[in-house]
Design a protein around this ligand. Structure first.
Ligand code: FAD
Length: 461
């Protein structure tokens, strides 16, 4: 069998590429060994955000007394919550299957492996030839040798999302995005949560300003999440049902489960990369050029398996760029500095472009504007007065360089900023656009006005 395009891996990178190739009339096959939708739909973005929403409701119900509304103490049926989450995932993965079918993509359930010269063999014993092959095999949780996921008390993010139990005390190793999102969910479900982070700061690999991380740290503390920063988790033992985590210094921490969330590793094993002449970079990702082509001609790679942020929307952007090139359309790769980031903690954080510290490092004079959620009528009515909007712009021409938002719905609010930065817009483009009242996006407008010294609802510096 011969295809124009064969894609290995059906996550947001692979399925998006397949759909777009199908739209462009290319004869396309998508090979997936597990579930369509990859990590994002099955074990990542979607289940975490479904549980984030469910547990937010729990939190809101238990604190609604402030508004004169009271409920009986909310109860969680874990099995029903897990079933509801699985239903959300199933709706989306089923929809992906239909879209692939409608776009004429052959979906093949098998493990794929390169055998060189444009050929692929499958675990089913079949073999294909393809003009172009796309590797979209994604990533998996990094396992720390002293903390094997095969041990019952040690959890990966997949175990945490399986929702089998709510530990009395959940110890999380890793204060990055996944660790803190799961800390938020489990704290709302009623676990005591301790986060142990080797580095001196949370979210250390993301370009966030100290003001933002300090605001989050304060909020996490209020939620009872204990942060142990600059601390190395070394080993663990189980003693009469108690799990004891030993640290490089300080007393051990006793709990019920240890969740290891220290990053993700690209899936590059058993793919036949050597046979096909596909090289890795020093970090173990598949090395690609600016057209996402690997060292083997005709073999491309996208998403988590290549260098860059491990984000679903980045994988999808890679996918569309590549498919459009396959279809001989004009296409530009996404600018890595303009890929937004969203973090679903309480409060949420989002950012696009560079931070204030990063802009200062560039040495160029900048304008900075901020506006607090506490100044937004909509936020107060939502009981969401914590956080702020921050915009950074070049002083010379007011062109936006970066936006950071910490507060309610920050992940949704970053869209306007992402468009503005992508289009090279100025502060004035935001301030001169009339924003509906009362809404949260007014905060971005006020922050841009503040940078220009003319915000209405705050004192300008
Ligand atoms: P994946 O989604 O990993 O898909 C790869 C697919 O390839 C898998 O289905 C795998 O089974 C298949 N595969 C691998 N090898 C083979 C083979 N040899 N043959 C056949 N099939 C194969 N990102 C966000 O943008 N927003 C979020 O809110 C977010 N939350 C997350 C929360 C968690 C807990 C986790 C773990 C991740 C989260 N991510 C989030 C990251 C996001 O899930 C990934 O960036 C995204 O899934 C990467 O897409 P991908 O297509 O590159 O790979």
């Amino acid at each position: 069998m011969r295809y124009d395009i064969v894609i290995i891996g059906g996550g947001p990178g692979g399925y998006t590429c397949a759909i777009r190739c199908g739209q462009l009339g290319l004869r396309t096959a998508l090979v997936e060994r597990a579930e369509l939708g990859g990590v994002c739909l099955n074990w990542g973005c979607i289940p975490t955000k479904a549980l984030y929403a469910a547990t937010k409701l729990l939190h809101q119900a238990s604190t609604a007394k402030d508004m004169g509304i009271s409920f009986e103490t909310p109860k969680v049926d874990l099995a029903e919550l897990a079933a509801w989450k699985a239903g959300v995932v199933a709706k989306l993965t089923g929809g992906i299957g239909q879209l692939l079918e409608k776009n004429g993509v052959d979906v093949i359930q098998a493990e794929g492996r390169l055998t060189g010269g444009g050929s692929i063999t499958l675990s089913t014993g079949d073999a294909f030839e393809a003009d172009r092959i796309v590797l979209a095999t994604g990533s998996r949780s990094v396992e720390l040798p002293p903390f094997p996921f095969a041990s019952e008390p040690i959890w990966s993010s997949d175990d945490a999302l399986a929702l089998r139990e709510v530990p009395n005390h959940l110890i999380i190793i890793g204060g990055g995005v996944i660790g803190l999102e799961l800390a938020t969910i489990y704290a709302r479900l009623g676990s005591r949560v301790t986060v142990v982070e080797l580095l001196p700061e949370i979210l250390a690999t993301i370009d966030l300003d100290r003001r933002t991380t300090s605001t989050l740290k304060r909020a996490l503390k209020t939620q009872g999440i204990d942060l142990r920063l600059g601390t190395r988790a070394e080993s663990w033992e189980e003693d009469g049902g108690i799990v004891r985590l030993h640290l490089a210094d300080g007393d051990p921490i006793e709990g019920d489960r240890i969740l290891v969330a220290v990053g993700r590793r690209p899936n590059v094993e058993d793919l036949g990369l050597d046979d096909a002449g596909v090289e890795l970079d020093p970090c173990g990702c598949i090395a690609v050029n600016e057209h996402l082509e690997t060292s083997a001609s005709g073999v491309f790679a996208i998403g988590d398996v290549v260098p860059g942020p491990m984000l679903a929307h980045k994988a999808a952007a890679d996918a569309v760029f590549l498919a459009d090139r396959f279809g001989d359309l004009d296409a530009e790769p996404a600018d890595p500095s303009l890929i937004p980031q969203a973090i679903f903690t309480d409060p949420e954080i989002s950012s696009v472009g560079i931070s204030e510290a990063g802009a200062k490092d560039l040495g160029e004079p900048i304008l900075v504007g901020r506006f607090a959620y506490a100044g937004l009528g909509k936020a107060l009515g939502m009981r969401e007065s914590e956080g702020f909007f921050q915009v950074i712009a070049r002083e010379a021409d007011h062109r936006l360089l970066g936006v950071q938002i910490i507060g309610a719905e920050a992940a949704d609010l970053i869209g306007e900023a992402a468009v503005a930065l992508q289009q090279g817009l100025t502060l004035e483009a935001i301030t001169e656009s009339v924003h509906a009242h009362p809404t949260l996006p007014e905060g971005l407008k006020e922050a841009a006005e503040n940078a220009l010294g003319r915000a209405i609802h705050t004192v300008n510096r």
